[in-house]
Design a protein around this ligand. Structure first.
Ligand code: FES
Ligand code: FES
Length: 166
């Protein structure tokens, strides 16, 4: 049977959480599926698969992006960071992750990787958010366990500490 042009595999090489990786992907393969199924990065979670829930959020060249709305072939030669990039080489949580743990900002944890990546991007550009700003930002993520109160506390505390250099 003749191979359809649209089914052809393309080799993609990019930087994932600080190391260079490669893999083959059909043009229509989503980045979320590529990361999970071809590279085994199961910390990237998949919920709605159409850009609504936010659980698949990763950074591409430093910007928070829905991996389910991105084709794998789009990340060639770019930098992709997942939640795995937040802890250090010894696996110690960063300040935001620690604040989430302290404030019980996760229950089942399904939404957490995507939320952490969005918050990291957000705080880089909004170092002094109000609680209302944070709630507005979180409205782009669905938490089925509805643990938003703890998240707001954790984010506000992290922002305040980063701002004062603690
Ligand atoms: S799985 Fe990507 S936004 Fe829901
Ligand atoms: S902690 Fe369970 S979905 Fe958010």
């Amino acid at each position: 049977m003749r191979e359809l042009k649209s089914d052809r595999q393309h080799k993609i090489t990019f930087t994932l959480d600080g190391r260079q990786v490669s893999g083959d992907a059909e043009p229509h393969l989503l980045l979320s599926d590529f990361l999970r199924e071809k590279l085994g990065v199961t910390s990237v979670h998949v919920g709605c698969e159409h850009g609504v829930c936010g659980t698949c959020t990763v950074h591409i060249d430093g910007k928070a992006v829905r991996a389910c709305l991105t084709f794998a072939v789009q990340v060639g030669n770019r930098r992709v960071d997942t939640v795995e990039s937040l802890s250090n080489n010894e696996g110690e949580l960063n300040d935001l992750q620690s604040a989430f743990r302290k404030h019980h900002a996760l229950q089942c944890g399904f939404c957490t990787p995507g939320i952490l990546m969005s918050v990291e991007h957000y705080l880089r550009h909004n170092s002094d958010p109000t609680e209302s700003d944070v709630r507005d930002m979180l409205s782009g993520h669905l938490c089925r366990c509805t643990g938003y109160v703890g998240m707001v506390r954790a984010i506000m505390e992290t922002a305040a500490k980063r701002k004062s250099g603690i």
